[in-house]
Design a protein around this ligand. Sequence first.
Ligand SMILES: O=C(O)CCC(=O)C(=O)O
Length: 495
Amino acid sequence: MGIINNNNIKINREIEKVNGKELNYSEFVERYMDKNKPVVLTGLMDHHWRACTDWVTPDGKPNLQFFFNHFGSSKVQVADCDTRDFTDQKREEMLVSDFLERCLEVEGSAVQCSNENGECNGDSVSVPYLKDWHFVKEYPEYVAYITPTFFCDDWLNLYLDNFRMNTHSGSDQQNKEICCSDYRFVYMGVKGSWTPLHADVFRSYSWSANVCGKKRWFFLDPSQCHLVFDRNAKSCVYNIFDEVSDSKFPGFEKAIWLECTQEAREIIFVPSGWYHQVYNLEDTISINHNWFNAYNLSWVWNLLLSDYNEAKEYIEDIKDICDDFEGLCQRNLAANTGMNFFDFFTFIAYFALANLVLLCYIYGRVGSTTGSLSRVAHHLSLNIGSIRKVASDMKHVHALEGTRDCIVDMIKTFEDPRFSKFCMQVGKTYLMIHEQSNLSSDFESASLVDLVDLCVLKACTSSQIYTPEDLIKFIDNTIAELGDINMESSVLHVA
Ligand SMILES: O=C(O)CCC(=O)C(=O)O
């Protein structure tokens, strides 16, 4: 398709739409996740999603009464789509019941959206949009949906189900404020509600499933993202349908967008670093997860590094009068970005350890990594390779050199019941993804010693990891110890 000019933006083509039932896991990885390419998937939201029945009326609208009766007392964040607050919309905390009343008010008012760009006419009643509702955390017993297998290799949520982020960020109060319990959300918005232009938190992937309603998405390939920033590469266009100042955003007109309309029961995969703006064309409920894994881990590290440099530059003038300038930079990074270098390093160290434990398990169980578990072993090797590569990039960062805090103490970690549970969950996830769930009972055990001979791992290095070099050494020693395991070349030969 040629370039269409939609108001002031150029749209090149639509996002591919594929029947998810006709795609297997490795095809999804190869065509979309690894290539960092968006896709709309149909056929993955069957009737076994409780959300698709309980939350929707027979005529396909959000069942407001159901939410009122069952979840009315939940506290949620509601954006006022008409009011900008820096880079986001103004948000207010309120009860779900109050949000639902606002939705009814909007429905009863004269406000109607005149076109599919979400532009409204008539008297302005602010358009409410419930966002970022941690529904799974709040209602763990109510299983509203099953995460499709394509999106299960989710390190972010697996980690946060067992550990907290920001444990190195200062006071407890600050921890409470910053701490994000998970990145699994429900969104609910009336027709005309929308989300301004942004790229996702941590430059993670996201998937977004329409339980009911319809969304229109506009995407910008990461290679073009500089075009929506100002000359200083600091501030980003807020709404691509505003009059965008040519002198402030000189590249904007050159940007070429992709678009798509996502219908009810379709899921969109949003790759890392793609800026996007989204409109609800109808009253819509969606489920939305952010996640990352071996394929986009370097995006997360690169974002942290660039946000850190920016945070540091911002307070450079107080460097000489600040007792702990580096600590302040890290606290600011955690507050602004959601994690700092130490959170991230702890995160990757735990994942490295868990993946190595699981490789030892496979080796101990079947004596090699060929045979039925070979795809799982391949996946674990790929994970370790990706972590090693990122750790290798981290080596050069001054802020992480010679840190005096031990990031991971292996002995203590192996004894920590949270780590055992984490390993079991990671193990079960890969068995499920690679259709080996018949072995899942191995991961019902509460203790790691039932799973693997920890001596192999304990023998590999000193028990404490302080720096990226320590982590790399630990990985290399363990791989060497496991000897003839058929590891990915990426594990062994990363510079
Ligand atoms: O559905 C929306 O309004 C926004 C969702 C979004 O931006 C995302 O999934 O990253």
